[in-house]
Design a protein around this ligand. Structure first.
Ligand code: ADP
Length: 262
């Protein structure tokens, strides 16, 4: 719990800092991009070499603008608009997008639990969290592999809570994203949720993906956990609270429905 508090305080501080900087940068980059555009038009076809310099500068400035916009989106503590979500419908609804993002070398598998509980979460944010995890998985499987998305009902009962410090008691919808990729060494696991922590090349990774996913899950009242084995692959488990609506009484689970946590 202390670790979670530290993490969220760090996220907040970094968010405020980057938000201010990104906002100013965005405005300055707009001036740069606009001026380059005007310059490019003036040059016309007369000076091909100068035109190439302008194009290169525009390209760089545009990539910088994309990054600052991502930073802005990250720092803005966007209010979540939670709704009742059936992950067993949401995940298949993303398969087109996922296949496109994963490419031909990675096989996509979904394992959907029968009778899955509904959860209460921001649908768009949940989709972008799953996409973030899938893109990380893809990057960990440059030679191809398998991405599995699994849903499950999870009930953390007293026994489980006692054995797993920090996990509160309750009912959750589990969404697990697994890959058969490189895996993560312990020092990377320890820092993976930190904003700006990345092991990827400059320009390839921002280090904001997992911290965004972490922020969303925590804000939604859920949990997130990384299981990884070097050379074997990685599983990231997201637990979102079960939606207990007006009809909750009618569908209270029986003991047989309640698997122990993992
Ligand atoms: P980014 O993807 O921009 O680097 P993230 O916050 O999403 O930022 O991830 C941080 C780091 O965690 C990555 O650079 C990578 O080293 C590691 N990582 C995340 N997901 C995986 C995965 N599925 N397999 C291996 N390493 C991963």
């Amino acid at each position: 719990a202390e670790e979670a508090l530290r993490q969220s305080q760090k996220m907040e501080a970094v968010g405020q800092l980057t938000g201010g900087i990104a906002h100013d940068f965005n405005n300055m980059l707009a001036v740069v991009i606009g001026s380059l555009d005007l310059l490019g038009r003036r040059l016309g076809a007369s000076d091909a070499r100068a035109k190439r310099y302008v194009d290169a500068a525009t390209d760089g400035a545009q990539r910088a603008a994309t990054l600052t916009q991502r930073l802005l989106a990250f720092s803005r503590q966007q209010p979540l608009t939670p709704e009742v979500v059936d992950a067993n419908k949401l995940v298949p609804g993303m398969s087109e997008l996922l296949r496109h993002s994963l490419g031909a070398e990675i096989r996509l598998e979904t394992v959907l639990a029968a009778g899955l509980w509904r959860t209460h979460a921001d649908r768009n944010q949940l989709e972008s969290a799953i996409l973030n995890l899938a893109v990380n998985a893809r990057d960990a499987m440059p030679e191809g592999g398998r991405l599995t998305i699994e849903t499950q009902n999870m009930h953390f009962d007293e026994r489980y809570v006692a054995a797993n410090f920090g996990v509160p008691h309750g009912q959750y919808v589990l969404i697990a994203v697994s890959d058969t990729g490189s895996g993560m060494p312990p020092d990377v696991i320890a820092k993976a949720f930190d904003p700006f922590f990345t092991t990827k090349q400059v320009g390839k990774g921002t280090g904001l993906g997992l911290s965004q996913v972490y922020g969303f899950v925590k804000q939604s009242g859920g949990h997130i956990k990384i299981y990884s084995e070097l050379g074997q692959g990685t599983t990231i488990k997201i637990y979102l609270p079960r939606f207990l609506g007006e009809d909750a009484e009618a569908e209270l689970p029986t003991a047989a429905d309640l698997p122990l946590g993992d």
